[in-house]
Design a protein around this ligand. Structure first.
Ligand code: ATP
Ligand code: MG
Length: 342
């Protein structure tokens, strides 16, 4: 059976992009795969997180997973820090990955900004920990948004170099095909693999954007959703009736894309309905649709985050089950690399 792994950082402000680009696909994979969904708290602290906020955000992401329809009994929902094998394997990968590979990562450049000397070492090594998250479960498929494509490619490079560097010892450990780590495949699918900021159609919607109006949060109530969509940047032209009319109009393209994704219909269908009309009418329809689709998830999230012992129970149970799988991989890794012990 195919094994799926993916993660979301508990950095607050879980948003529509996380939902449409990642979580919706997490839910879909459940029927045909064994799924492992992780709240990646160790990734979160690569930039400063207030501890009390971090606790809240970890529970919020777990609640969002469950509210969206992930079944934590059949599949695994847990937080990364509770399975120490992630960090252990990341260290081995730090020694497999090359500085040159890390230097090409655009997420580091964006997140470190101008003051690169002052970025954390963890932020720089982030892709190596991400490779470990995936490969410690020897996962074959990874549903992610477009922005994580480069990190997934690096994961494959690390897997390949490890398999290659340790070929003889991998075979000696009983993996006769020499493929200890699988070439994990990215699944960048669905109609909204890159949702853009509501304030700037050329920037992706992000948890870390300082402007609250740049994103629709999953926890937003109906009034807030309405306000944010009303204030969303547009251009003065009416909506086009064909998709090519969206070229060069990133904000219009983004709002139509969001509508299409939420309505589960192609953009062409949205444009044939709203093309030629003003943004105000389209925005009203988008508000109704977003509130109808996101409202129940937000309400369920709120209910679940209120039940801390339930959420913590899910995470503890998931962590224990994840650890069984991860420790098996680490035992083999230690043997392959040449560490002595049992
Ligand atoms: P941060 O700004 O803290 O990095 P983020 O919004 O990028 O937050 P992550 O936790 O890093 O969220 O990403 C979780 C998942 O959501 C990943 O699979 C990522 O590719 C996806 N994702 C993030 N932003 C978007 C977006 N704007 N559109 C589609 N998918 C997205
Ligand atoms: Mg991100």
């Amino acid at each position: 059976k195919e094994r799926v792994f993916s993660g979301v950082q508990p950095t607050g402000n879980l948003h529509l992009g996380n939902y449409l680009g990642a979580i919706v696909n997490f839910v879909k994979m459940q029927s045909r795969c064994e799924c492992i969904y992780c709240v990646v708290d160790m990734h979160a602290i690569t930039v400063w997180q207030d501890p009390a906020e971090l606790r809240k955000s970890i529970r919020e992401v777990a609640a969002a997973f469950i509210a969206a329809g992930i079944d934590p009994k059949t599949h695994i929902v847990f937080n990364q820090s509770q399975v120490p094998e992630h960090a252990e394997l990341a260290w081995v990968f730090n020694c497999v990955a090359r500085l040159g590979w890390m230097n090409r990562m655009t997420q580091f450049k964006e997140k470190a900004g101008k003051d690169r000397e002052n970025a954390s070492l963890g932020l720089y090594a982030y892709p190596s920990l991400m490779a470990a998250d995936i490969l410690v479960y020897r996962a074959t498929h990874v549903p992610i948004g477009e922005d994580q494509k480069q990190h997934l490619e690096l994961t494959r490079d690390i897997a390949q170099k490890f398999n290659n560097d340790y070929k003889a010892d991998i075979e000696a450990a009983g993996f006769s095909d020499g493929l200890f780590f699988p070439m994990a495949e990215p699944l960048i699918t669905g109609p909204a693999t890159r949702v853009m900021s509501l304030r700037d159609g050329t920037k992706k919607m992000s948890k870390s954007d300082p402007s609250d109006y740049s994103r629709i949060a999953l926890a937003d109530d109906a009034d807030t959703i309405a306000q944010k969509i009303k204030k969303a940047k547009t251009d003065p032209e009416p909506l086009p009736s064909e998709e090519k009319g969206l070229e060069g109009r990133p904000e219009a393209d983004n709002l139509v894309g969001i509508y299409a994704a939420l309505a589960e219909e192609p953009k062409t269908a949205v444009l044939s309905q709203f093309g030629g009309g003003q943004f105000s009418a389209f925005k009203t329809a988008l508000i109704d649709l977003a509130v109808a689709k996101l409202g129940p998830i937000g309400a369920e999230m709120k209910r679940l985050t209120g039940d801390v012992s339930y959420i913590d129970g899910i995470l503890a149970d998931g962590s224990a089950r994840a650890r069984v799988l991860a420790s098996e991989t680490m035992r083999s890794v230690k043997e392959i690399v040449g560490f002595v012990g049992k």
